[in-house]
Ligand binder design. Structure first.
Ligand code: PTJ
Length: 244
């Protein structure tokens, strides 16, 4: 069967291919492929589209980034492989610092991911990483001018421990995570339950159109529980009619 090019399933097949290639190129870790598969399953449950509540979360994220003093985008292997160009556009619209933070950290991966991001127009924070985040392993390694100074930090596909540590440091954490039940999703200040390549352009779009009064209103106290509950309800609704 041929799947039409504008069908969401076609897009997810292309994304899967790109990710598999990025494993071969040393950008994405093997664990990253597993994480992607988990994301695909949840994406299927929300209908492989941006839901209304995710759209509101994306608008809220734009408001939080706009009102931040020192916004930072933390990029891992999966995010770089899937959305290097989208990160460049978000950086242009927000002026945020882009920092690479890896769970499975090697200097070679940092170098390759930096090259990939820069070839797509991202300015990547460089320098010497230090043990800034209170974690015992390499996920502690960050940059004083990036995570060190951040008040708002956008972490697509974050792991739970690091999310918790960033919150303990007093940072507002915006997560992008298709699994509303993950530790990251439940702990973050704001979780966008959407696929990263759909979520980032939405945030960029809102950054360019939000009015001052919306920024103040939306960024005040994001209700993360509301966004998670709405995502679960959406999945529930779809499952209830899955065989119709
Ligand atoms: O590149 P590294 O070394 O930093 O490793 C990155 C991974 C992703 C392996 C690491 O951060 C990790 O293990 O993450 P987790 O704990 O598996 O969490 C990833 C979360 O992202 C899961 O809840 C997935 O459902 C979700 N996810 C996967 N793909 C996407 C996604 N969410 C949004 N968009 C996606 N494309």
């Amino acid at each position: 069967m041929t799947i039409p090019a504008d069908h969401p399933r076609y897009q997810s097949l292309i994304v899967r291919e790109r990710l598999a290639g990025s494993v071969r190129d040393g950008i994405v870790s093997l664990e990253g492929l597993v994480a992607h598969g988990r994301g695909e399953a949840f994406d299927y449950l929300i209908g492989e589209r941006t839901t209304d509540s995710a759209l509101l979360a994306e608008r809220t994220a734009a408001a939080m980034i706009r009102s931040a003093r020192h916004p930072v985008i933390s990029v891992n292997g999966n995010t770089a492989a899937l959305a290097a160009r989208e990160i460049a556009l978000l950086q242009q619209a927000s002026g945020a610092i882009v920092e690479i933070n890896l769970f499975h950290r090697t200097e070679e991966r940092i170098r390759k991911i930096s090259q990939l991001l820069e070839s797509n127009g991202v300015t990547v924070l460089s320098g010497k990483a230090e043990r800034i985040v209170p974690l015992s392993h390499d996920r502690a390694l960050s940059y004083p001018e990036g995570t060190g100074k951040a008040d708002v930090i956008l972490v697509p596909l974050e792991d739970g421990d690091r999310c918790e540590a960033l919150l303990k440091m007093g940072k507002a954490v915006i997560a992008i995570d298709l699994n509303p039940l993950s530790r990251t999703a439940r702990m973050a200040s704001l979780t966008i339950v959407d696929e990263v390549t759909r979520a980032l352009p939405m945030i960029t779009g809102f950054l360019m159109t939000l009015q001052e009064q919306d920024i103040v209103l939306l960024s005040r106290t994001p209700d993360n529980n509301y966004f998670l509950t709405e995502a679960m309800k959406e999945m529930d609704r779809r499952l209830a009619h899955a065989l119709d």
